[in-house]
Each structure stands twice: as structure tokens, then as C-alpha cells.
Design a protein around this ligand. Structure first.
Ligand SMILES: C[S@@+](CC[C@H](N)C(=O)[O-])C[C@H]1O[C@@H](n2cnc3c(N)ncnc32)[C@H](O)[C@@H]1O
Length: 182
């Protein structure tokens, strides 16, 4: 996941044992990326597809969920990534970042092609559903960087050097103005 702003609202989809959510919730040491240090647990919602099976599948999940809730995070079960609009607790809300790490249907399909297709459809369904829950904001600077890279290489310069320098310099003020949903 791209770096987050302190004010970002983050929705995590398809958590397994909720260890990624916990990693966001713990107070990170100064050696960790500074922008992640002050994320507060109240800013994120962690969800799992499983309901009862979650705790039997992942022995450590119950303890982690207790930790997250005590820290102020919202934890939801039975959230289908492809049907977020059907989840009452999510209705009418928006998030700046929506992330699903390692999306996988886990249907045990042995045929490789069918397995890939099933994952593609799952991700497509997720992206379609998640779009309605993203906050409006400025478009990530990546498009501007690509244009600049093309312009610099057309002019015969070193695109990578320019791009790294320019995107750093330009991205900061934009990101402070608005988080932008993606
Ligand atoms: C490979 S695991 C990754 C778990 C966790 N995100 C991680 O990074 O450790 C895939 C996860 O996707 C979940 N999943 C499968 N189908 C889903 C769906 N339709 N909606 C939400 N989650 C789903 C599974 O329950 C499982 O927890």
C-alpha cells in the first residue's frame, strides 16, 4: 500500500489473521516511515470475509481483534470484497485508501487457468465495488510523472533522475492538500 496521511481513512479488505491491521495500529519506531507513525487506529476499518471460521482458521486472530478494538479500530466480519455495498456498516461512508493484500478466492481450484480466471473475476468485482467507497480527491501524481518522463526523454535528458527529483518535489504539496482516494 502507498504511504498514508495521518488523516487518511483506510479500509482493509480480506484480512486473514488481522496482522496487517495490527501492524498499522502499533506505534511504529522512528526508524519506520515517518508518515506511518501517527496513523491512529480510529482511522481504519479492518474487515474479514470469514465470520465464525476466522478464529478457527487463524489461532492468533481473536487476540489481534481484541487488541485492534481496544485501540479504537473498527473490525467487521463477513465482508465480501465484491459486494461492499451490501454491508450495512459501510453504507454511505468513504475511505481515502482501500487495500486488499494478497487477494485470493481460496476455492481450491486445481486447474491453473480456471484458478487465474477466478482470481481475476474476484479482483474485478472488488475494484468495481470499492470504487463507490473511495473519497474524491486529487488524482495521484503518477500520471503527471509519466508525462514528465516522456517530455524529458524526448528532450534527451535522463528521465529517471528528473522524474525522481520532480515527483518528490511536486508530490508533497499535492498530497498535503488532499489525500485522494485510491
Ligand atoms: C491469501 S489470503 C490473504 C489474507 C491477508 N490479506 C494477508 O495478507 O495475510 C486471502 C484472503 O482473502 C479472503 N477472501 C476470499 N474471498 C474474499 C471475498 N470475496 N471478499 C473478501 N475477502 C475474501 C480470504 O478469506 C483470505 O483471508
Amino acid at each position: 500500500m502507498d504511504l498514508a496521511l495521518v488523516t487518511d481513512k483506510i479500509l482493509l479488505i480480506g484480512e486473514g489473521n488481522f496482522s496487517f491491521a495490527r501492524a498499522l495500529a502499533v506505534r511504529n519506531p522512528p526508524s519506520i516511515e515517518p508518515s506511518l507513525q501517527s496513523l491512529t487506529s480510529r482511522n481504519f476499518t479492518a474487515t474479514a470475509y470469514d465470520i465464525e471460521e476466522c478464529y478457527s482458521k487463524y489461532a492468533e486472530a481473536e487476540e489481534i481483534v481484541q487488541y485492534l478494538r481496544a485501540a479504537g479500530a473498527e473490525v467487521l466480519f463477513g465482508v465480501d470484497a465484491t459486494r461492499l455495498e451490501r454491508v450495512g456498516a459501510l453504507k454511505g461512508r468513504k475511505w481515502d485508501k482501500i487495500a486488499w493484500n494478497f487477494p485470493r478466492a481460496g476455492k481450491g481450484i486445481t486447474d491453473q487457468d480456471r484458478n487465474i480466471l477466478s482470481t481475476q473475476l474476484l479482483i474485478l468485482g472488488f475494484l468495481r465495488s470499492a470504487a463507490g467507497f473511495l473519497a474524491q480527491g486529487s488524482i495521484p501524481n503518477v500520471l503527471a510523472s509519466k508525462k514528465k518522463r516522456k517530455r524529458v526523454s524526448d528532450e534527451g535528458g535522463n528521465a529517471d533522475e528528473h522524474d525522481a527529483f520532480d515527483s518528490d518535489r511536486e508530490a508533497q504539496p499535492k498530497r498535503r492538500q488532499s489525500a485522494g482516494g485510491y
